[in-house]
Each structure stands twice: as structure tokens, then as C-alpha cells.
Design a protein around this ligand. Structure first.
Ligand code: GDP
Ligand code: MG
Length: 757
């Protein structure tokens, strides 16, 4: 008869499987990652069980280790449970890590809210030959305990039945501290809160005794009184003592519910430790990461897999006669990688569709300009961008593998060491790595960072990472470098990934030393267990990516292609250029005198120093156009060339005809990868940055990308400039560091003076 739906909150440590459980219960596809700090906001969904007819609203809270707010996630989670009165809290525990996970359980228990403990990852525990007696644990805790596997989706409807039942019965808070050293003090403090009719009196009373910051803000009077209860000299010890008591209680009582030998688990632990000894090794870690990246790029972009052809294997002779497979799977130049095979397939299909459509349209007498327009928009626009999709998905698949297995968290850990030496917290590195997928969620993820300055610096450098959309530009330009200058396309792509990373790390450090200087609290990074990647999670990630990409291709890309076609085929007086003739009666060259060409030529001197401005001949203005339109969405960069050239296979020829130098071409790529990101990312940055920071950030993007592209251009076209560039970079870093040291010393001196005064 109840109309109001029961609200169930999922709370627990980071990486204990809350989001996996949330997705399993609600059918949602929220981001699941094998590292701490993925969920930064609470998320809501609906659970419905057809058999039992039960339903509930589920809220996924950010993962936290305790309810003493130090981090933004802790504040979100604690405020939700305390102020929004969920009907029941499901405390999700990582059963393979009971001791640590139970710490927060002892804190939630102190609230007057019904709770159920979900012993998650029970599949892993069982596999290790260990047993946890849920019933026994339930007796010891005094709240229901249900063993589940969020991933294998086992026991979930039982969990929900128990939770819904608990929600209807209410619960009074209980503290393990009520039997310890401070039992009396706590009782007295609770009375204070009960007199004032504060809800969750036990929880608040303990926070007041802890002299908790948030509690002090909310109830300053009561905290003062509570502090007076504590005997003189004991105020300082309360927090440490009670933390001790909690752990003693956990190991002394709760963990007894565990039995069975942990032999295999121990072995596993040591195996994982052994792996980590190599993968996070001080010297080997970064080279290993780069080798891993190289293999990913090789499997995605290679047209001579494992360099067999380069090593002398002849393909056309060995496989003669298989015309269908030739081209798709291999060429004279070697075997294709999985990414290239899939791209060939997709391009074959879309090519056939367009050829068929073109023939049909010609037969029914469609005018040439209409076919030209459709060709630009559908074939050179939509289909061309869709042609990049297979390689992006393959790339994304490998990245998800690295992430879900737990390897990416190790990479973050390794960079944490570098960051820490520069006085920074390594926490910032996780959102940065997310930037390899898409900058938008990556920027939102910076909410896990503690300070505004650190967030600002991180959001700025996320724009340097080569996201999925930028891969299309990289692939297009790498193709041109390969066919015009004989470069290795995979190595070009790989270096663009590394350039973004190196630039990001360098700029974060530089900002930390100068404009964003502050003391950053140390960050203890926790490494999640290695596990085999989950097919379901992978499928969700990849499907999400594909969906977003297709949506973009069918909206923004189509519009951009239409825009390019119209404004590059008409003169400022709206005359259709392909129909125009010169004095001799000859047809005008394509784009001659078009609106876009005029406009781009007017802007192009800006890019002269970078080698892709008004120094170019022919259709060189398309470089300026691509750069400008890339601000809409980065896929448009590649798309501009394809539309202007009139097909993907014509791009290299068109760009070659502009007379662009190697340096200019590389500078173009670097500039586009590191400059102001797409609209969506800029809008996200605006929302996430502190007020008034967006304009400085846009300036920062423009300035950095221009300077870096200039250096790249000079380096490739005039090698001797390296003799100036390298010392200059070193000088900048040395000066910034000295500036930082001086400022730190000044601050310390000021502090000392204050202390003495
Ligand atoms: P959250 O940080 O608490 O939201 O945790 P996630 O839902 O993001 O999961 C963290 C990792 O644990 C992911 O790699 C999941 O695939 C994995 N995981 C979650 N639940 C289970 C489970 O029941 N069994 C196993 N073996 N792995 C799980
Ligand atoms: Mg989560």
C-alpha cells in the first residue's frame, strides 16, 4: 500500500564493487574501473524484481574509507546518509579485505539508520578456499549480513529482500566504543544531543568528542560542551584511541567469522607482489608502460604485423590467388593488424553502399551538385569518420583491459612517485589517465582532488591527452607522414600519446612551482588486486564509446561537413564555384575564391611560424580550417581534409601538394592535440573550474600549444635550433624551481615569526 519507494544507499570503501552492484541491480551502465576514486558523485537508479514484485531506488555513493570528512567524497557520502535519510544503507564490503572494510562499518553502525552488510566478492573468497560465516558475522555485528557477488550477480535478490525488510523496521545506533575506555564520556555526550533532539545522536556525539571539523560547523555549542566532558589532556587522544579500539574490536570479534585456510590467497598475494616488483620497479616501470603502449598501437594500426615483411617474408607470393582475403587481411607490405582488418571491413561496406547510392542517383537523373553535396556530407563526412571507429574501439578495448586488470592503477602509482618528488599529490594522475578515453569524464573526476589549485592544474593538462576523438586526427596525419615522408605511422601515433603525457606532467609540475603553488597533503595510493578483466564491464565500456562516437558522427560531423561543403563551394556572392569558368572558358580550380578559403587565408598568417600557415600552396588553407573547426569536435580535423580532398585516399596527395614541410605537419598535429579542446570539454572545464579561471585556462591552452608546436616545428625543420631549445627548457625549469624554493622558504620564515610572536 506504500506509494513511497524505498531509498537504498550503497556505501563502502573505494573499489569494493559498489558501482558493479549498482549496475547489476538497476541495469545501469555507470563507469566501473579497477582503481580507487572512480565514482565522484552519487548516482541514482531503480531496482525492480519481477518475481518478488519488490522495487527500490538505489543510490551509489562515492567510495570512502571513513566518515571523518577529509575528502570531497567523504563529505558527499556522509551528508547523504545523515541528511537525506535513506531508508536503508547497504554497506558493501570487499570480503577479501574484511579488516579494513569493517572500519567504516563500525561508524555506520553508530547512525540510527537500518543497515545491511553485503559481503561482496564472495566468489573470490570462495575460490581461495576460505570461508566467511555470514550468519556468525551477522550475530557479531547485530545487523543482517548477505554474501553476494555483484559481478556474478549471485544472491542479489536475497540481498534486496533483506534490505527492504530492514528498511521497514528501523534501527537504533550502536557503537563498539560503548564498551571501551570512553564509554562514560560517550553516554554523557549522547545525552547532550538527545536533549537538543538532534537526529543520529550517537554518531554526532562521537564526532563531537573527536572535535570533528564538520561537526564543529554544524553544532558549535554542543561540540564545546562535549569537549568539556572529556577529562583534561584526553581531548588529544580521543581520536587515536577510538580508532585503535575499533580495530581491536574488528580483529578480536568480527574477523572470527572467517575460517578455512587462506593458502591460495596468500600465494596469490605473493604472486601479485612479484608482478608488482617488476611492473612498479623504479627503473623498469616507465619503459614497460611505453612498451605496452607500443604493442597496443602495433595491434591497432600496423599494416605489417610484427614487422614480418620488413624482416623479409614475402606475402603476395605465398598466398597468391586469394583475392578476397588479400587486401583485407594482408597486402604485399605485410599482414594487417586487427584494427586495420576491421577498418578495411567497415570501409569496404560503407564504400559499397555509397557506390551503389551514387549509381542509383545518377540513373534517376539527380543533378551533379546534389550528388557532390551528398558525397561530401555522407561519404566524406559521416562514412569517413565511421571508418575510424574500428581502430578507436580496438584501442579503447586494450586500454580497458589495462584498466580493469589493475595495471593502470600501477601506472598511476609509478607517476605518483614522480609527482611526490615535485611536492604534488599523485591523486591527480588518475583523472589524467582517464583523459586518454575522453576529457569530459576525466575533468569531472578531478572532484576527488583535495584543493582547488590542484584541480585547476589537473583540468588544464587533461586537455593535452590524446582522447578517442583526437585519434582520428592522429591517424589521418600519421597516414600522410607515412605516405609522403616514409615515416612509420604507428610510431607517430605512439609518440603523440607520449607527447601528451610528458607535456601534462611537465606543465603540472611547472604550475605547481609557480602559479598553483600550495602545500598538498600526501596521498597514499592503494593498489587494487589484479584480476582477470570482466567481459561484461569491457563490453559496457566499448558499447558506450561506440554509441557516443556514432551519435557524434551523425550529428556534429554531418553538420560540420555540410558547413564545409557550402562555404567552400560558394563565393562570397553565392556563386557555385564548380559551375564557374574563367575568361578562357575553362572551369575554375576547385575552391578558388570560396568564402572559407578567403577567410582562412586571412587568418593563416598566425600559423606561419608553425609552418602550416600562409606559407602553404594549393589547399593549404584547409590546415587553418581544420584547426578552427577542431574546436567543435576533434574528429572534424580529419574530416575537414577528407571533405576538401574529396575522399580519404586523396588526403595525402592534397596535403603533399601544399608543399608543407615535415616540421609543419608534425607541428600541426601537436598543436591540434594540445590546444583548446572540443566544445564539450570546454563547457565541462567551465563548470568544474573555480569561478573566473576559464579565461586563464583557455589562454594557457593557446599559449602552451603554440609554444610547443613552434618548438616542434623548429626542431624538425632546423635541427640546429635544438641547441637553443633544450637549454631554454632546462633554464625555465631551473628558474621555476628556484622561485618555488624561495617562496617556500619565505613562507616558513613567516610562519616561524608568527609562532614566536
Ligand atoms: P566501486 O569503486 O566500489 O564502485 O567498485 P567498482 O564497482 O568500480 O569495482 C571495482 C572492481 O572490482 C572492478 O574491477 C569490478 O569488476 C570488480 N568487482 C566488483 N564486484 C566484484 C565481485 O563480486 N567479484 C569480483 N571478482 N570482482 C568484482
Ligand atoms: Mg564506484
Amino acid at each position: 500500500m506504500e506509494d513511497k519507494r524505498i531509498v537504498v544507499a550503497l556505501a563502502g570503501n573505494p573499489n569494493c564493487g559498489k558501482t558493479t552492484l549498482f549496475n547489476s541491480l538497476t541495469g545501469a551502465t555507470a563507469y566501473v574501473g579497477n582503481w580507487p576514486g572512480v565514482t565522484v558523485e552519487k548516482r541514482q537508479g531503480t531496482y525492480k524484481n519481477r518475481k518478488t514484485k519488490e522495487s527500490a531506488e538505489i543510490v551509489d555513493l562515492p567510495g570512502i574509507y571513513s566518515l571523518s570528512p577529509y575528502t570531497p567524497e567523504e563529505v558527499v557520502s556522509r551528508d547523504f546518509i545523515l541528511n537525506e535519510n535513506p531508508d536503508v544503507v547497504i554497506n558493501v564490503l570487499d570480503a577479501t579485505n574484511l579488516e579494513r572494510n569493517l572500519y567504516m562499518t563500525t561508524q555506520i553502525m553508530e547512525m540510527d539508520v537500518p543497515m545491511v552488510v553485503a559481503l561482496n566478492m564472495i566468489d573470490v573468497v570462495e575460490k581461495s578456499g576460505e570461508q566467511i560465516d555470514a550468519e556468525d558475522l551477522s550475530k557479531r555485528l547485530g545487523v543482517p549480513v548477505v554474501a553476494i557477488s555483484a559481478l556474478k550477480q549471485s544472491n542479489l535478490s536475497e540481498l534486496m529482500s533483506v534490505a527492504i525488510k530492514a528498511a521497514k523496521s528501523g534501527r537504533k545506533g550502536f557503537s563498539v566504543l560503548s564498551e571501551g575506555k570512553y564509554a562514560k564520556d560517550i553516554k554523557q555526550a549522547v545525552v547532550l544531543y538527545e536533549e537538543q533532539e538532534v537526529s543520529h545522536p550517537l554518531f554526532h556525539a562521537i564526532k563531537a568528542l573527536e572535535n570533528d571539523e564538520k561537526e564543529l560547523e554544524a553544532n558549535p555549542e554542543l561540540v564545546k560542551k562535549a569537549q568539556e566532558i572529556l577529562a583534561k589532556g584526553k581531548q588529544e587522544d580521543f581520536e587515536a584511541d577510538t580508532a585503535d579500539e575499533r580495530y581491536q574490536y574488528i580483529t578480536g570479534s568480527y574477523v572470527k567469522a572467517r575460517s578455512g585456510k587462506k593458502v591460495e590467497a596468500k600465494e596469490k598475494l605473493s604472486r601479485s607482489d612479484k608482478i608488482d616488483r617488476v611492473l612498479t620497479n623504479r627503473w623498469a616501470a616507465i619503459p614497460i608502460f611505453i612498451v605496452a603502449l607500443f604493442f597496443i598501437f602495433h595491434l591497432t594500426f600496423a599494416e605489417d604485423l610484427f614487422y614480418l615483411h620488413a624482416m623479409g617474408v614475402q606475402f603476395s607470393m605465398n598466398f597468391e590467388g586469394n583475392e578476397f582475403f588479400e587486401g583485407l587481411f594482408w597486402t604485399d607490405g605485410g599482414i594487417n593488424s586487427i584494427g586495420v582488418i576491421l577498418a578495411n571491413l567497415v570501409n569496404g561496406i560503407t564504400g559499397a553502399i555509397w557506390t551503389g547510392a551514387q549509381n542509383g542517383l545518377t540513373q534517376i537523373g539527380t543533378p551533379d551538385w546534389t550528388i557532390g553535396l551528398l558525397g561530401s556530407v555522407i561519404n566524406d563526412g559521416f562514412f569517413a569518420v565511421i571508418g575510424f571507429l574500428p581502430q578507436i574501439l580496438v584501442l579503447f578495448f586494450f586500454f580497458s583491459l589495462l584498466e580493469d586488470s589493475g595495471y593502470m592503477a600501477r601506472v598511476a602509482f609509478v607517476f605518483d612517485r614522480i609527482f611526490r618528488r615535485a611536492g604534488l599529490s599523485g591523486r591527480a594522475f588518475i583523472p589524467m589517465l582517464m583523459g586518454y578515453g575522453c576529457g569530459v569524464p576525466a575533468m569531472i573526476n578531478t572532484r576527488t582532488l583535495n584543493t582547488e589549485k590542484e584541480r585547476t592544474a589537473t583540468i588544464r593538462v587533461i586537455a593535452f591527452f590524446c582522447c578517442g576523438a583526437k585519434v582520428t586526427a592522429v591517424a589521418a596525419i600519421a597516414g600522410v607522414l607515412a605516405s609522403n615522408f616514409g615515416w612509420n605511422a604507428e610510431l607517430v601515433s605512439l609518440s603523440m600519446y607520449i607527447v601528451g603525457l610528458v607535456l601534462a606532467v611537465a606543465m603540472v609540475i611547472l604550475m605547481h612551482w609557480t602559479t598553483q603553488r600550495e602545500k598538498v597533503p600526501p596521498f597514499i595510493m592503494e593498489l587494487p588486486a589484479y584480476h582477470a578483466p570482466q567481459a561484461r564491464a569491457l563490453a559496457i565500456h566499448i558499447w558506450d564509446k561506440a554509441k557516443g562516437f556514432i551519435k557524434k558522427a551523425s550529428t556534429i560531423i554531418v553538420l560540420a561537413a555540410l558547413f564545409i561543403w557550402v562555404f567552400s563551394n560558394f563565393t562570397p556572392t553565392w556563386q557555385y564555384i564548380p559551375a564557374m569558368v574563367d575568361e578562357m572558358g575553362e572551369p575554375l580550380p576547385a575552391y578558388e575564391g570560396s568564402m572559407l578559403k578567403h577567410l582562412c587565408q586571412a587568418i593563416s598568417p598566425i600559423f606561419f611560424p608553425l609552418g602550416f600557415g600562409n606559407n602553404l600552396l594549393g589547399e593549404g588553407w584547409s590546415m587553418t580550417l581544420a584547426t578552427a573547426l577542431g574546436l567543435v569536435a576533434k574528429e572534424v580535423v580529419a574530416d575537414t581534409f577528407i571533405t576538401i580532398a574529396g575522399g580519404e585516399e586523396l588526403v595525402a596527395g592534397m596535403i603533399g601538394a601544399t608543399g608543407i614541410s615535415v616540421g609543419g605537419l608534425v607541428a600541426f598535429l601537436v598543436f591540434n592535440l594540445t590546444t583548446v579542446p572540443c566544445f564539450a570539454a570546454v563547457a565541462t572545464a567551465k563548470a568544474e573550474l573555480p569561478k573566473g579561471q576559464l579565461k586563464w585556462t583557455v589562454l594557457f591552452w593557446l599559449g602552451t600549444s603554440y609554444i610547443v608546436a613552434l618548438m616542434v616545428r623548429l626542431m624538425f625543420d632546423f635541427v640546429w635550433t635544438l641547441a637553443i631549445i633544450i637549454p631554454l627548457i632546462i633554464l625555465i625549469f631551473v628558474l621555476a624551481y628556484l622561485w618555488y624554493r624561495r617562496a617556500c622558504k619565505k613562507e616558513e620564515a613567516a610562519k616561524l615569526e608568527k609562532g614566536e610572536a
